[in-house]
Design a protein around this ligand. Structure first.
Ligand code: CMP
Length: 139
């Protein structure tokens, strides 16, 4: 299992507010190489599958609505210790708890609309990357 890649989505709220450029700038400045990237929109079936682990949670329906309401930027990022370092860069799930300077502190509105996704393990990074990208789209 490789440890130098993670998967991210700039979520619909970040795209709607025009934060794509600023967030990508921070990602690049933090030493991540972009391996794959696209502007895309998840279908309801996509979002239900992507977030299946949360299907029993009370916020599941709201999460699926949110993640499908507009385009996202999906990307695969490469850096040594990618999963952990990217989660440090984005900050806590709830922006109220996120450290100063993190992407969620700067750009997220709430625990539900939290601007950006970061894989929580190397295994999920591989699964989530394959969900959004074919091998020929990775560079
Ligand atoms: P993320 O951690 O990227 O993936 C799961 C998502 O579910 C999370 O971001 C939020 O967008 C959402 N989420 C997590 N907890 C809550 C909550 N308590 N209420 C609403 N949405 C949540």
């Amino acid at each position: 299992m490789r440890t130098d890649r993670t998967f991210t989505m700039l979520k619909p709220d970040a795209v709607e507010k025009g934060h794509i450029g600023a967030i990508l700038e921070k990602i690049n400045a933090s030493g991540f190489r972009i391996v794959a990237m696209k502007l895309t929109q998840m279908t309801t079936a996509d979002a239900k599958e992507f977030y299946a682990v949360h299907r029993e949670r009370p916020f599941y329906g709201e999460l699926v609505e949110y993640m499908t309401r507009g385009p996202i930027v999906a990307a695969i990022l490469e850096k040594e210790n990618a999963v952990e370092d990217f989660r440090t860069l984005i900050g806590a799930t709830n922006p109220a708890d996120a450290a100063e300077g993190t992407i969620r502190k700067l750009y997220a509105a709430s625990i539900g609309e939290n601007a950006v996704h970061g894989s929580d393990s190397d295994e999920n990074a591989a699964i989530e990357s394959a969900f959004h990208f074919a091998g020929r789209e990775m560079f």
